[in-house]
Design a protein around this ligand. Structure first.
Ligand code: GTP
Length: 240
């Protein structure tokens, strides 16, 4: 078995990645699919932090009823991430998976989950618990990608793993441009100059300034996570 390259990782899961084939909400099969992969990492002794999005719930609500202002909408989105966090926590602690987890929230709701305290979250990771960070940054105007960048820095992770539906970063949209090519590695500066949408700019520059590498990879391939932590070239590595 090859050596582990990344000892502490932050996995960014979008809300949409929980929908599976549904238009909305949470697909239990997808939860199980992620929980099994995360378990493999934990069994290998890797410390796993997760930031989860909320687009599977909030966007559905937005479609059903319009007219929320930005701040209201952002708070609704943050609450959606807590719902997803609770679901993922249950999936990981299921009898068949049995991964120890702690769900933390950036907005205090102590009856439901632990409030985020940096040093406590660090200890959880050191003890091998998967820490699920929910409620984004706790502030409107920030995306869950920004929450991922923030927590990645605070938790001093080795890499951010951004799970997407495509297998990396392309020079153009591969669905629209047949000449689009995939990057194996790319620098932060090049991503910015080519205006490639890896993360929003706030999140992206936070990673750039603090030298936190990002790997963009296809979350639907169940072998990817364990290959990435062993240093195999999967997806696109953004660094330097
Ligand atoms: P250590 O004992 O410090 O290693 O950590 P621990 O998380 O096991 O200890 P603690 O006694 O803080 O937590 C026990 C359980 O209560 C865990 O499942 C925590 O997630 C949960 N918990 C701790 N603080 C809170 C809180 O403020 N709100 C909620 N809802 N749960 C909490």
């Amino acid at each position: 078995m090859s050596a582990i390259k990344y000892k502490r990782i932050l996995l960014k899961l979008s809300g949409e990645s929980l929908m599976g084939k549904q238009q909305y909400g949470i697909d239990p099969d997808m939860l199980r699919h992620y929980a099994e992969q995360i378990k493999e990492l934990v069994d290998d002794g890797i410390e796993v932090a997760i930031v989860i999005g909320g687009g599977n719930i909030y966007r559905g609500m937005q479609a059903a009823s319009t007219g929320f202002d930005r701040v209201q909408g952002d708070y609704m989105g943050m609450l959606a991430t807590v719902i997803n966090g609770l679901a993922l926590q249950s999936a990981l602690e299921d009898d068949n998976i049995q991964v120890k987890t702690r769900l933390v929230t950036a907005i205090d709701m102590k009856k439901i989950a632990e409030p985020y305290i940096r040093r406590k979250a660090m200890r959880h990771l050191e003890k091998g618990r998967v820490v699920i960070f929910s409620a984004g940054t706790g502030s409107p105007y920030f995306t869950t990608d920004s929450a991922a960048a923030l927590r990645a820095n605070e938790m001093e992770v080795d890499v951010i793993l951004k799970g997407t539906r495509v297998d990396g970063v392309y020079s153009a949209d591969p669905l629209k441009d047949p000449t689009a090519t995939k990057f194996d590695t790319i620098s932060f500066a090049r991503v910015i100059s080519l205006q490639l949408g890896v993360m929003d700019m706030t999140a992206f520059t936070m990673c750039q300034q603090n030298n936190v590498p990002i790997i963009v990879f296809d979350i639907n391939d169940p072998t990817n996570l364990r290959r990435i932590v062993r240093g195999e070239r999967v997806g696109t590595l953004v660094e330097g």
